[in-house]
Design a protein. Structure first.
Length: 198
């Protein structure tokens, strides 16, 4: 017999938030392709995600290289605002889970400025019981330390937790830590698979 789920954790981009909107915006509006920005997002940005670098300090040289015509503030504002796109169906499901007594948390790889934007402007501080961001934990998924840090903060064991992420790599890592975890492929699939656990 499986233990009852006490907490459901959600990834942000690709689960709660419609993904890749900013990448599409940059390419369509500014001819800045994902290939152009790859060096940044697969390089020093990872240091921002774990709190070792500040986005506002490391981004300007890349904006020059990409021939971004606006300011640093304009780039960051466009980024955060374009991806202010939470799926209302998931938000409603989270509300239902919380009303039934299940803890709902965000577990996401985010740098500091966007994390603050999510919490305050996107309302995630009200939508979720707890927000777990990689920049605060000092590590990001799929590092086992990320999952262990969340467990310790919640005071729960792996079998108490159900985790949803659109990355199979992150889901596999969560399962290795003893969590229940599922790859999120869309809301229609989410509902029946969630019901299996509850």
């Amino acid at each position: 017999m499986t233990m009852p789920i006490k907490a459901v954790l959600f990834d942000a981009d690709g689960v709660v938030i419609d993904p890749w909107r900013f990448a599409r915006y940059l390419e369509q509006a500014h001819a800045i392709t994902p290939e152009t920005t790859s060096d940044f997002f697969h390089g020093v940005f990872n240091d921002c995600l774990v709190g070792r670098a500040d986005l506002r300090q490391v981004l300007p040289p890349f904006l020059d290289r990409w021939r971004w015509k606006g300011t640093l503030d304009a780039f960051i504002a466009a980024w955060f605002e374009t991806e202010n796109a939470a799926d209302s169906r998931i938000v409603d499901a989270i509300g239902s889970l919380r009303r039934s007594g299940i803890l709902c948390c965000l577990a996401s790889s985010q740098e500091r400025y966007r994390a603050v934007y999510m919490a305050n402007v996107m309302g995630f501080a009200q939508i979720f019981d707890r927000l777990f961001f990689s920049y605060r934990l000092g590590c990001q998924k799929p590092d086992p330390a990320f999952y262990q840090g969340v467990e310790q903060a919640l005071g729960l064991a792996g079998p108490d937790i159900l985790f949803w992420d659109d990355s199979s790599r992150n889901v596999a890592a969560a399962r290795r830590c003893g969590w229940n975890a599922e790859v999120y492929t869309g809301f229609e699939d989410f509902k029946p698979r969630l019901a299996v656990y509850l």
